[in-house]
Design a protein around this ligand. Structure first.
Ligand code: IPM
Ligand code: MG
Length: 348
C-alpha cells in the first residue's frame, strides 16, 4: 500500500498534512508514504510543474493523494510550465479518464448550503466527469490576425470510444446507487455533444436496469440549484463536469467538502479535493482539510479495497460536522489543524 503524496501549492501542504494524520491514525498495516513535488513548487525546484522524478513516483505507487496546484506568480509563464499542467499531465500520463465527484448533504449542514435547507437536504448525487478529453486536451492556440488583434482557440472533440468508456462508468455507478443516470451535454449546439448523446443512448441498451435521461448543460446548471434532489448520477464531459462540480459543492455548503477520485484502466488512482490552491488563505491554518480527508477515504475504498476504513473516515468527518466543527468556509472558526484533530478523535 504505497501512497504518493503530492501536496503542491497554496493550501495543498496543509490539507494533505491533515489527511496524512488521519491515515496514520488508522494504523493500516503496510501503509507507506512517499512524497513528490508538483505545481509551482516543482517549477521552482525542478524547472517543471510535473518533473520526471515525480511522474516516476506516481507510476511506482498504488495511489496518488494530491493537494492542489496553482500559483499566481506563475500566471505569466508559458502554459506548458504553469502549475495546472501538473494535474492535467498526471491525469493524462496515468490514463485517468473517469473522475468521480460525489456531492452529498451532511446531516446538520443544511443551513450552510447556498440553497434553502429543504432543497439542500435532498442532495445525494455523483458527478462522473470525463477527464482525459474534450476541449481540455484538444489542439489550442493564439493566432495574431492581420489587423494585429489576437484570436484564441481550443478544439473540442470526443470520439465514440472516449464517450463509451466513460458512459460505462456512469451506467455502472448508477446501477450501484439509485439506478438513474442523467447524461449532460449541449447537443442542441455542439457536434461534439451529438456524438456524446448518440453514443450514450446506444450503450443504454446494455443497462436496461438503469433509467437514462439527457439534459442540456445550461438546464442542468439551473436544475442543480432548483431541485438537486432529482439527480442520482450525472455523466458529462470534462469541461461541463468541471463547472457543475464546483456548483454542486456550494449546494452542499462549501467547496472545502468535496472529494474526488480519478480512475483509469491502469493500477494507479489519483485522489484530490476538487478545490484549488487558494493562495489567499495559504499558510494561515484556515483551509478546510475535510475534502482532502474524504479524498483519502475514497482512495482507501477504490485503490485498496478498504471499505470499512473508508467508511470509518467518512463517518468521522460527518460526526465532526454534526458536532459543529466548522471551518471558516462554513462560517465557523475551526482551523485546519483543529478540524484534523476533530476528525482523528472521532475515528471510532
Ligand atoms: C479541477 C480543477 C482543474 C480542472 C484545474 C486545476 C486544471 O479545476 O480539478 O476541477 O480544471 O480540472
Ligand atoms: Mg475545477
Amino acid at each position: 500500500m504505497k501512497v504518493a503524496l503530492f501536496p503542491g501549492d497554496g493550501i495543498g501542504p496543509e490539507v494533505i498534512g491533515e489527511a496524512v494524520r488521519v491515515l496514520e491514525a488508522l494504523a493500516l498495516p503496510g501503509l507507506t508514504l512517499v512524497e513528490g513535488d508538483v505545481g509551482g513548487i516543482a517549477c521552482k525546484r525542478h524547472g517543471h510543474p510535473l518533473p520526471p522524478e515525480t511522474l516516476q513516483v506516481a507510476h511506482a505507487a498504488g495511489a496518488v493523494l494530491f493537494g492542489a496546484v496553482g500559483d499566481p506568480a506563475c500566471d505569466g509563464l508559458d502554459r506548458a510550465l504553469r502549475p495546472e499542467q501538473a494535474i492535467l499531465g498526471l491525469r493524462k500520463a496515468l490514463g485517468l479518464f473517469a473522475n468521480l465527484r460525489p456531492a452529498t448533504m451532511f446531516a446538520g449542514l443544511e443551513d450552510a448550503s447556498a440553497l434553502r435547507p429543504e432543497v439542500a437536504r435532498a442532495i445525494n448525487l455523483l458527478i462522473v466527469r470525463e477527464l482525459n478529453g474534450d476541449v481540455y486536451f484538444g489542439d489550442k492556440g493564439i493566432d495574431t490576425l492581420t489587423d494585429g488583434s489576437r484570436r484564441g482557440w481550443d478544439m473540442m472533440s470526443y470520439t465514440e470510444a472516449e464517450v463509451a468508456r466513460i458512459a460505462h462508468v456512469g451506467f455502472k455507478a448508477a446501477r450501484g446507487r439509485g439506478g438513474r443516470l442523467c447524461s449532460v451535454d449541449k447537443a442542441n449546439v455542439l457536434e461534439t455533444s451529438q456524438v456524446w448523446r448518440d453514443t450514450v443512448t446506444a450503450i443504454a441498451g446494455e443497462y436496461t436496469d438503469v433509467e437514462l435521461t439527457h439534459m442540456y448543460v445550461d438546464n442542468a446548471a439551473m436544475q442543480l440549484v432548483r431541485n438537486p434532489g432529482q439527480f442520482d448520477v450525472i455523466v458529462t464531459g470534462n469541461l461541463f463536469g468541471d463547472i457543475l462540480s464546483d456548483q454542486a459543492s456550494m449546494c452542499v455548503g462549501s467547496i472545502g467538502l468535496l472529494a474526488s477520485a480519478a480512475l483509469g484502466n491502469g493500477t494507479v488512482g489519483l485522489y484530490e479535493p476538487i478545490h484549488g490552491s487558494a493562495p489567499d488563505i495559504a499558510g494561515k491554518d484556515v483551509a478546510n482539510p475535510m475534502a482532502t480527508i474524504l479524498s483519502a477515504a475514497m482512495m482507501l475504498r477504490h485503490s485498496f479495497g478498504l471499505e470499512a476504513d473508508a467508511a470509518r473516515v467518512e463517518a468521522a468527518v460527518a460526526a465532526a460536522l454534526a458536532a459543529g466543527i466548522r471551518g471558516a468556509d462554513l462560517g465557523g472558526s475551526h482551523g485546519t489543524r483543529a478540524i484534523g484533530d476533530a476528525v482523528v478523535e472521532r475515528l471510532a
